[in-house]
Design a protein around this ligand. Sequence first.
Ligand code: 5GP
Length: 204
Amino acid sequence: MTEGNLFIVSAPSGAGKSSLVHHALKTIDNLCYSISYTTRQPRGLEQNGKDYYFVSQDVFKFMRENGEFLECAEVHGNYYGTHQATTDKIIKSGKDVILDIDVQGAAQIKEKMPKAISIFILPPSPEILESRLRARAENTEADIERRLKNARDEIKHCKDYQFVIVNDEFGNACRALEAIIRAERQVLSRQLDKTELIIKSFGG
Ligand code: 5GP
């Protein structure tokens, strides 16, 4: 069976990445979300096992030392990691997996899995990013300041990604993300078995 693709989506906090990823999961079949592990506290209506697996620093450290993470990084003062066994299982089943991770994690995955497809979501301006972060009303002032500062550093990495989507209009950004995922599925090397069978059926 052809293995699934691994899509990495990164963006500064507040760029609309989570909403875009959720939209893609609703509209595209055979696309699974990899739920990350984090040491940060749940925000708003977030649920354990749905948005994240919320774990203590000790549990995270144990998992990291046990080699359970495909990648992991400290972001905005908390630890985050992608569970290796879960993503492997999805990919081996032929389904695609989508990761919502930061630029450090994306770089680690590109090292280990060069075929992973990387997508960066850019906010249209710093002013819009700030107003989106404030509109969330879930972050403290210190947290907003830290996320804005980190955004300046993260944005510098967008040129390391294969695809960039400017999220100035949600509908357009959704269509762009969907187009990337669907186009990657049509790449010839991913369809060789099927293609060869059809060629043979034509006597080729
Ligand atoms: P938030 O706390 O706003 O949910 O996420 C903060 C940042 O951590 C976001 O940039 C998000 O993409 C990133 N993040 C979430 N899960 C992971 C993960 O498993 N690994 C890495 N490296 N970053 C993650």
